[in-house]
Ligand binder design. Structure first.
Ligand code: ARG
Length: 338
């Protein structure tokens, strides 16, 4: 039974990979990927030639960050270049960088997330206990482990995480943050640890009515999470539809299911999870976006933390842990809805 659910999630992911765009798309469509992405599939395609600085033993993490693997997005942020990483040297570098990091409360790494976003971060009941899991949380745990401190996860509303970060109440924001040029003005953002795409979801029953962005004319409505890049995608691609912003992704999905809105702009990996289990929903198309991928948000100017986080991301992408975090999160998600 559980396996069946997992298979349907995987199948849905495959189907999405074959999805067409909705038409009338901006020039950036080439950089978007419809499939639920993975760190290693990207890194596998990196050219070995671009990695010399990263692998030489006297390289610094700052070099490493500068020498990231493509595709870097609109904000100039890409996956780490892991084509030639010396894991032993990286390990030593991580220890060195960790020694410089201070956290907002002693002996703890406090992260802010919005746990409404499976498989990135979501609640499950395990042995009757509420837990927050997901591949962002697994990455946060890896970061805390490298620091040798306990992890504290704070579930707060998505649109307040970056403020909490800059006001000094949390150390990091991990919530599937797309590194946009606008956000980079307010906070620092790590290398990408995951790449994915953006989707427009509709109800299956409306498949005849909505075939492209143009079908979302006056009198229609679309939903997105408050403070997310999906709000911008809605305005850009369906400008005539009225935009309904809601605090959580499940409430956007609920509004779609109950017909309060006609479409929902949702991160593809998240959308795939919903269509795998909710028979009344479908992904209409891939939505082009040029700041694709997920970054960890760090307080503006906290270079020690940023360098350390980038080094840990490089490690978990290079050694395959990140792919494992994603696979485990997909499995937990499939189990939690079966
Ligand atoms: N990637 C999108 C953004 O950065 C959506 C992230 C939403 N995350 C969440 N945990 N609800 O705006």
């Amino acid at each position: 039974m559980k396996l069946k659910k997992l298979m349907s999630v995987l199948l849905a992911a495959l189907m999405v990979a074959a999805l067409a765009a909705c038409g009338g798309t901006p020039a950036s469509s080439a950089s978007s990927e419809a499939s639920s992405g993975s760190a290693s599939s990207e890194s596998a395609s990196s050219e070995a030639s671009s990695s010399e600085a990263a692998s030489s033993s006297d390289s610094t993490i700052a070099d490493l960050a500068a020498n990231q693997d493509g595709p870097s997005n609109a904000a100039g942020i890409g996956l780490p270049d892991v084509s030639n990483v010396d894991l032993e040297a990286l390990e030593a570098e991580i220890d060195e960088l960790a020694a410089k990091v201070t956290t907002v409360s002693d002996g703890k790494l406090t992260i802010g997330t919005s746990a409404d976003f499976a498989p990135y971060e979501f609640h499950i009941l395990q042995d009757g206990q509420d837990m927050i899991v997901g591949f962002d949380i697994a990455l946060a745990q890896a970061i805390a482990d490298e620091l040798g401190v306990e992890l504290e996860v704070r579930d707060i509303s998505f649109d307040s995480i970056l403020m909490e970060l800059n006001s000094g109440s949390i150390d990091l924001g991990l919530a599937g943050f797309s590194p946009t040029p606008e956000r980079l003005e307010a906070v620092d953002m790590s290398l990408l640890y995951y790449t994915g795409g953006q989707s427009l979801m509709i109800k299956k029953a409306d498949a005849e009515k909505f075939k492209s962005f143009e079908d979302f004319g006056a009198g229609t409505s679309v939903g997105a999470q408050t403070g997310s890049i999906q709000e911008g995608l809605a305005k850009e691609n369906t400008p005539d539809a009225s935009l309904v912003s809601l605090q959580t992704v499940p409430s956007v999905i609920m509004d779609l299911k109950t017909g309060k809105i006609d479409g929902a702009f949702i991160e593809t990996a998240v959308a795939v999870g919903y269509v795998a289990t909710q028979d009344d929903l479908m992904i209409l198309c891939d939505v082009p976006y040029d700041s694709e991928g997920s970054s960890v948000a760090v307080k503006k100017g906290n270079e020690d933390m940023l360098n350390f986080v980038n080094a840990v991301i490089t490690k978990v992408v290079a050694n395959g842990s990140m792919d494992q975090f994603v696979a485990e999160a997909n499995e937990l998600q499939a189990q939690s809805i079966s």
